[in-house]
Design a protein around this ligand. Sequence first.
Ligand code: GLN
Length: 548
Amino acid sequence: MLVLLRKPNTRMNNTKYVFVTGGVTSSLGKGIIAASLAKLLQERGYSVTIQKLDPYINIDPGTLNPYEHGECYVTDDGAETDLDLGHYERFLNIPTSQANNVTTGRIYQSVINKERKGEFLGKTVQVIPHITDEIKHRIKILGNTGKYDIVITEIGGTVGDIESLPYIEAVRQLQWELGEDNAIVIHLTLVPYLAAAGELKTKPTQHSVKMLMQSGIGPNILVCRSEHYISDDIKRKLALFCNVKKEDVVQSLDAETIYDVPNLMFNEGLDRVVLEKLNLNTDKHPELVAWNQFVKKYKNPKQTIEIGLIGKYVELHDSYKSITEAFIHAGSTHEAKVNVRWIHSEELTTKNITSKLGNLHGILVAPGFGERGVEGKITAVKYARENNIPFLGICLGMQMAVIEFARNVLHLQDANSTEMDEGTSHPVINLMEEQKNVTEKGGTMRLGAWDCELTKDSNAFKAYENTEISERHRHRYEFNSNYKEQLENSGMSATGINPKTGLVEIVEIPSHPWFVGVQYHPEYKSTVLNPHPLFLSFIEAAIKQSVN
Ligand code: GLN
């Protein structure tokens, strides 16, 4: 086992670093623990950001199927990122950026590019120091902005994974360079309950910590996920075997909702222990006033509404994480429980549509790519339109709304998107001009925040109460403006336009109670403290529908 021999006092600036590693199993909720800790520190007056390091070799998750790691989240600056960044934004209410998510692919790509430029001329390029230097550089980029008192870096994967090793080594080096009062490691583990023995078991945690120690890192704090209360005796045992103090063992019991976790962590003293270890002031207590109002309303709804979420990845709910969280934020404001009915678009037909979508108070047609399931989505749009059910179409969902209207109202029988049918005689959704010469798939969509101007009196305008908005995008295809006049003459209006390019960002059917399709992704910008206006308005319309 390696031991820290000295703690150098040299530091680049005042930023403190907290690393969150995971042990024993995946899916313990490192992202939620990191976001909850950050929230508490933010409420104590510190400026905090959170970063995720992902050990896979893709440059970003943009080319991944949602079945792999769930939704691909998009930042204002157009980064396609891990869904944990969505949690960071929803908890902290501040935007993240490309720098907040780094993958092994990106690390290697920049090192290899530097090698080609001759930056390491004469040297053998190696994992240590070149890859680890690049990782450390990426971690320090956020601290070097001077904007943050504390940077929390979540290391993806589980300690012991081969692919995590360079990250763990980089953390060891950084802690050595910065000193333990400037950089600490929180290790999140599982303390399982063996029903047959009637006992909580500490051995997996002991092993996991040993594995970390073999890499030269002694965790400063243990956060232990458990289904059962962890007694002082068990904490003492964990402390003894894992080189921490009993006070540094924090239990994390299963929570009713992720939004309870900041309070649970506060009750366990996680934020206080972190600040003490970093030699930071603990005088100001986290109040969480607005947060707790949100949680209270969320837990005490006055009514329940049923929203159908039509998508083709519904088997994995994480594929639509930001959408379901946006429902929670908007539902809480309206004191309504939003029950999401998960509906697979591939299973929808004109025959079963009434049995599948009947009794819904709102229908959301989700984003997506490719042909699979699109006809079911179009059938769902038709049902919402004809039965006056509040409808929100997001990205591909908006495109399907345009296709449905063109087919069934304008009677353009084979109207389609050229994504699904290149030879359609009515390409109402078309590949964007700027996309026509794009051949590579990674990071080449129209990504990130773009401005949009709203038509007064539209449902969108009523929701935003503003004519100028900015929303995040992720698409290659667009509304074909050659059909705009025809669609508008028949009752579908373009109510949101990009002021620079004229691209149609929003369509509505004014004669319908609430029918809105948006080319962008409003769900990415909904947070606990700022529920998204469009989701608020959609839920309000669904509540009206439920009392009709
Ligand atoms: N596949 C469509 C496009 O590329 C929609 C993308 C999406 O829903 N995010 O334009």
